[in-house]
Design a protein. Structure first.
Length: 147
């Protein structure tokens, strides 16, 4: 878990919750079993069924391997990266929501709200992310956003 106090120049990096990642990987791997439960495939399994099981299992492993060590959210002095980069000078406000945070952005003279989902984070990381962003981005939006 990261500290709430942000020293100058330090980046806060958050990764996917390992239990959630394992849960999603298992869901992907066992998805073909639904075809048996729905009656679309007959028992006993045949060669095409085994091929689908193997391909789905490999897809699940690929999904987990991609996300195991890849950061999902990075907060540093330049801004916020969470799937997309949001420069710090464009972010005016960050409001916590259940399992997400709503960013108020000022881009091209327009005020926009962007909801960033934190469903991938653990409960503790979600709270820390909301505290960090809430403490850092609480600027007032200018009266005339075009200037």
């Amino acid at each position: 878990m990261n500290d709430v106090i942000e020293p100058a120049g330090e980046a806060h990096v958050f990764y996917s919750s390992k239990p959630r990642l394992i849960h999603m990987t298992v869901n992907i791997a066992i998805a073909p079993i639904l075809l048996y439960l729905l009656g679309a495939w007959s028992l006993p399994p045949e060669l095409p069924h085994y091929i689908v099981f193997a391909m789905t299992f490999l897809m699940a492993l690929h999904y987990a391997r991609q996300r195991w060590n890849a950061p999902r959210l990075v907060l540093d002095a330049s801004g916020l990266t969470c799937g997309k980069f949001y420069p710090a000078e464009y972010i005016y406000r960050a409001v916590p929501s259940p399992r997400s945070i709503t960013l108020t952005l000022l881009t091209e003279g327009q005020v926009k709200n962007k909801v960033v989902s934190l469903g991938w984070a653990s409960r503790e990381d979600c709270q820390v992310i909301q505290q960090l962003l809430g403490a850092r981005f609480q600027r007032e939006i200018p009266e005339d956003p075009s200037s």
